[in-house]
Design a protein around this ligand. Structure first.
Ligand code: UDP
Ligand code: MG
Length: 313
């Protein structure tokens, strides 16, 4: 019998944990005659009752497995940890808050049986998300696709069903800061979009404040594109051209005794501030890359597991 593994990251999800488990296992029991299954919950360092609730669940149901981090390492790390432990033939990544309806899993499995290897959820509508979130998400995918060398489908999150083969490839990649939705597109294989209506969060608030969104966005852009570095180069050239123009202008004004420049104060100020700006900007972009190279060079793990439950069963 084929096996389906579900990976569910959780960060402060005590309000949804039970409901999430119920809904997901209900769906999986419904197709239990065809597929064996396991549910891997990754507790991403929540300090509320999330872990307690999950432990309760895991006592009753040995198909519910838990990986618990020593602290919060972030959504991508949590999913990555889950992917490392899955034993199924098909793997589903789904958020805990039921924004991505578990009842779609059987449909996705059908598409998988037809030979598709990455079936990614594409959001037709997004209920209950603020205009700010929608706008920033749109900007993010626009920028990312303009900058990066692989096409990353817009309006997709991490909700997807992937074949074992693909997960093995992802697991074999040595990089630490994995931007999963980019990588799943980058690896190739037979991809298929699956349109669905994104629901409102079942309970609780988003665990993605602006700071985490920005981190995700910059990880995505930096790890999938070298263009920002080139952009800095272009900016440098433009600013040199501008400074030459200023110089020529000043020279003309000097030669023809126009006396319109009060002892060069304006041009100096413009040049100084302009170059300072360009240099700081360049430094920032370069340091983003160096920072990530440094992270990778240190070779620290992307996450630290505190405990694992039900994995030996
Ligand atoms: N999450 C996580 N670690 C984090 C932030 C979020 O594991 O540091 C989980 C969270 O519990 C949820 C999923 O990632 O299952 C998506 O988060 P959320 O629903 O808050 O994001 P949104 O849907 O608002 O983008
Ligand atoms: Mg959500």
């Amino acid at each position: 019998m084929k096996k389906v593994s579900i990976v569910i990251p959780m960060y402060y999800e005590e309000e949804v944990a039970n409901e999430c488990y119920e809904k997901v296992s209900e769906v999986l029991k419904g197709i239990g005659d065809k597929y064996d299954y396991e549910i891997i919950f990754v507790n991403d360092g929540s300090k509320d009752k999330t872990l307690e609730i999950l432990e309760e669940i895991s006592k009753k149901d040995e198909k519910a497995k838990i990986i618990s981090f020593s602290r919060n390492f972030g959504h991508q790390a949590a999913v990555t940890a889950g992917l490392r432990e899955v034993t199924g033939d098909a793997i589903v990544i789904i958020d805990a808050d039921l924004q991505d309806p578990p009842k779609l899993i059987p449909k996705m499995l059908e598409l998988w049986e037809q030979g598709n290897e990455v079936i990614y959820g594409k959001r037709k509508t997004r209920k209950g998300e603020s205009a700010f979130k929608l706008l920033t998400a749109k900007m993010f995918y626009k920028t990312l696709n303009a900058l990066s060398d692989v096409e990353i489908p817009k309006d997709t999150g991490d909700f997807r069903l992937v074949d074992r083969k693909v997960v093995d490839v992802i697991n074999s990649l040595p990089e630490h800061n994995k931007f999963l939705r980019g990588l799943f597109s980058w690896v190739g294989f037979k991809q298929k979009a699956y349109e669905y209506e994104r629901q409102e969060r079942f309970a609780g608030k988003t665990k993605y404040p602006l700071k985490k969104m920005l981190k995700l966005a910059s990880d995505g852009i930096i790890s999938f594109s070298n263009k920002p570095i080139k952009l800095v180069g272009a900016l440098g050239i433009i600013s040199i051209v501008i400074s030459i123009i200023i110089l020529i202008y000043a020279l003309i004004s000097y030669i023809f005794q126009l006396n319109n420049l009060s002892a060069g104060w304006t041009s100096i100020m413009v040049a100084v501030t302009f170059f300072a700006g360009v240099q700081l900007l360049s430094l920032w972009v370069i340091s983003e890359y160096i920072g990530r190279i440094y992270d990778e060079a240190k070779g620290r793990p992307q996450y630290i597991v505190d405990k694992k439950i039900n994995f030996d069963k």
